[in-house]
Design a protein around this ligand. Structure first.
Ligand code: GTP
Ligand code: NA
Ligand code: MG
Length: 344
């Protein structure tokens, strides 16, 4: 369309699925990190945010430079699959543009998979299915980081037939829950039929991961170009309040749209009412690193959406996760802005 010259923001992708489907592992595989191995009990207990710049995605998918990607990157939100964290899943869904539902191919749809599907339906969010752990198919030969069709060609007839019946089973389960799905390489009606991408998140496998990234940075912007237009009015959600021995209390936020600046006057909500403060510093982790991981941060005078950002400012101790951060613009009535902030 005519939107080609508009500045687009990074799409926000929320990863959902039953506990141990491989959500964090898949993200580790994409980032080249080992966050999952460090988690207590192998269970994710927080909501995470990772920015993947488009250059890193190109590298990861061996994409030729002629292939255009219209978005500057991808912001990925990892959520816990354990049943007690439904609030975090709901928070992730309410701020994302697209979801990635991870399903273990050896287990099919499970309780929190189905819970996640209903949540997505309620919020009217489209999704891609990662049918994960294909390396668990009996006799799978690993073809590191290759596109899935190429990897399947290299398998024995037995592996391919196990793949086929398990895929068919999963498609039937989706159908029973009211969703039409198809493997993306056969999907001729991508607007109505949800894509399935078979993947392996094992670090020495990674089959299907290039396909998944391609869909996220090329197909997703195509179907929601208007939604991804950069807009100057700030939309920003607090993910968590985090103490830091050097920085004091900070908040980790997802900047969904607009830009934040050092010196911006902002309002956060607390149980005691609105707190107005001034942004001292804006920090982002290294590209491809988790926002909440303690590490080396980059300092910014300005951060543009979409991004995961750590905000340093006085008075953030009682800010509430899940609420919006409001920017007070010059000329705004502060009292009115504070009242509005508390009503969000
Ligand atoms: P929660 O965050 O706790 O809901 O789990 P999760 O969905 O993030 O799963 P996680 O990444 O913790 O992976 C669970 C287990 O499955 C770990 O032991 C992983 O190593 C393993 N795993 C994940 N993906 C794959 C895969 O593609 N192949 C194989 N073989 N194992 C996998
Ligand atoms: Na896990
Ligand atoms: Mg996890």
């Amino acid at each position: 369309g005519s939107g080609d010259e508009r500045e687009l923001r990074a799409p926000i992708c929320c990863i959902l699925g039953h506990v141990d489907a491989g959500k964090t592992k898949l993200l580790d595989c994409i980032r080249g990190t080992r966050v999952q191995e460090g988690e207590a009990g192998g269970i994710t207990q927080h909501i995470g945010a990772t920015y993947l710049p488009v250059e890193n995605i190109r590298e990861r998918t061996s994409l030729k430079s002629e292939v255009t990607i219209k978005v500057p990157g991808l912001l990925v939100i990892d959520t816990p699959g354990h049943e007690s964290f439904s609030k975090m899943r709901s928070r992730g869904v309410s701020l994302c543009d697209i979801a990635l539902v991870v399903v273990d191919i050896t287990r099919g749809l499970e309780k929190q998979t189905i819970e996640s599907l209903h949540l997505l339906k309620r919020h009217n969010v489209r999704f891609i299915v990662a049918l994960n752990k294909v390396d668990r198919l009996y006799g799978w030969k690993s073809c590191p980081n290759t596109p899935i069709l190429e990897a399947l060609k290299n398998q024995s007839d037995d592996v391919r037939s196990e793949y086929k019946w398990r895929l068919t089973e999963v498609i039937t389960q989706f159908k029973e829950n009211g969703f039409n799905t198809a493997p993306y390489y056969k999907n001729k009606k991508m607007k109505r039929v949800f894509n399935i991408v078979p993947t392996s998140a094992k670090s020495d496998s990674g089959e299907g991961v290039p396909d998944l990234l391609m869909l996220l940075v090329r197909w997703v912007p195509e179907i929601m170009i208007d939604k991804l237009a950069f807009n100057n009015s700030v939309e920003c959600t607090i993910l968590e309040v985090s103490g830091d021995k050097d920085l004091g209390t900070t908040i980790n936020v997802v900047l969904i749209n607009g830009a934040l600046h050092q010196g911006d006057q902002v309002i956060v909500c607390t149980k005691q009412g609105p707190v107005t403060t001034i942004i001292r510093d804006l920090l982002t982790p290294q590209p491809m690193k988790e926002l909440k991981a303690k590490g080396v941060y980059k300092h910014h005078k300005e951060v543009r959406a979409a991004h995961g950002v750590k905000i340093v400012a006085p008075g953030l101790q009682h800010a509430m996760a899940g609420t919006s951060l409001i920017v007070v613009k010059p000329g705004d009535d502060l009292r009115q802005a504070e009242t509005a902030a508390m009503q969000e």
